[in-house]
Design a protein around this ligand. Structure first.
Ligand code: SIN
Length: 360
């Protein structure tokens, strides 16, 4: 029996994974230089000014990893999934907060939603990720503010599912996307409004309050946030498989672009080359397609050949707004057509991996 959230849930668990939020400057390497993933999570929380909504709650931290998130990999994801599942199942835990690098935050957020979404709905608990664009020792570091805001979102009674908090925006895992390389407000909710915002407390108490946007279904009807089941969450058995296998199915990602060819597809499908590179055989290919899901004709021929040989092909758009309509797309030349998703290409890759992992 899993422990649902209750009045007894007086603890918050913060899991550190590294990133710029835990980065430290390296002035000897030049102005603005730093190394991500240095400062322990416990130190990031020490002396943090917390919102009144957090008063009386215990904050416990755990260092799951200490990396630059560009190097995120399967063992770290597995460790994170295990620790999230463990802590969420405790009756006294209200929710879990993860500190993460900005560069692959959207991938981890979607992975957690895809695999832990059903558990979070069952327990009625949220999982929040936060990050920073400036290192922890910068005089104007944005990490402490983001951390404080993320904790406030985590304890908000309306917080559900996997959320990302950065620069006062609250974004759902399905939509969050890093859209700017340097500015503090680096994320957007692709193709939909943010889940909410941190605004000046309307009660005038001087702090911040979470203002939630209405959650709408595909037809635009309002839904309560509890009920959201995102398309392409992983199949039921995927969590156990994801935690136990030593390698996930190989799914590669490529772009369709002007003057594209089928060369990359041929190389990726080449079994001898895969063996030489000590790679498992290719199981799936996500194509960041042009516009509304179109693919260069040369690439399309190669993709059809790969699909006929059993490689799963999934189209996503390379546009940051207006995801593709999910479903099958006819091919331009009477071929079998390809499946399409409204997820961004990097998230589509995860979903296809999880689908293949579960034996589909
Ligand atoms: C990282 O993603 O770990 C480094 C960059 C960042 O956090 O902004």
């Amino acid at each position: 029996m899993q422990a649902k959230t209750s009045d007894k849930a007086q603890k918050i668990v913060v899991l550190g994974t590294g990133g710029t939020i835990a980065g430290l400057s390296t002035p000897e390497k030049g102005a603005g230089a730093y190394v991500a993933g240095q400062k322990p999570i416990e130190d990031l929380l020490t002396g943090l000014a917390i919102a009144p909504a957090l008063k009386g709650l215990t904050i416990q931290s755990e260092q799951v990893a200490q990396i630059d998130s560009k190097d995120m990999d399967l063992p770290v994801w597995q460790a994170l999934l295990r620790r999230c599942r463990h802590w969420l199942a405790q009756a006294d835990v209200r929710g879990v907060l993860i500190t993460h690098g900005t560069d692959t935050l959207e991938e981890t957020a979607w992975l957690l939603q895809a695999l832990l979404g059903p558990l979070l709905r069952e327990l009625g608990k949220p999982l929040v990720l936060t990050c920073a664009m400036r290192p922890a020792d910068a005089p104007d570091a944005d990490g402490p503010g983001n951390l404080r805001d993320a904790l406030q979102v985590l304890v908000d009674p309306q917080a559900r599912g996997v959320l990302a908090v950065c620069a006062r925006r609250v974004m759902r895992a399905h939509a969050v996307q890093k859209v700017h390389a340097t500015r503090l407000d680096a994320f957007r909710s692709s193709g939909r409004p943010d889940a909410g915002q941190l605004v000046d407390d309307p009660a005038g108490a001087g702090g911040l309050a979470v203002r939630w946007s209405p959650v709408t279904d595909a037809q635009g009807g309002a839904q309560h946030a509890h009920d959201v089941v995102w398309p392409l969450e992983a199949p039921a058995g995927a969590l156990e498989s994801a935690l136990t296998v030593s390698a996930w199915p190989r799914v590669e990602l490529l772009f369709s672009h002007a003057a594209a060819s089928g060369a990359m597809v041929h190389m990726m499908c080449d079994a001898d080359l895969s063996r030489q590179l000590a790679l498992p055989p290719l199981r799936g290919l996500v194509v960041a397609a042009t516009g509304n899901g179109t693919v260069h004709r040369e690439l399309e021929v190669a993709l059809e050949r790969a699909q006929a040989r059993g490689v799963r092909i999934l189209l996503a758009t390379r546009c940051t707004e207006g995801g593709l309509k999910a479903g099958m797309r006819a091919s331009a030349d009477e071929g079998a057509g390809f499946a399409a998703t409204d997820l961004s290409p990097v998230k589509a890759r995860l979903s296809l991996m999880l689908d293949l992992l579960d034996g589909h």
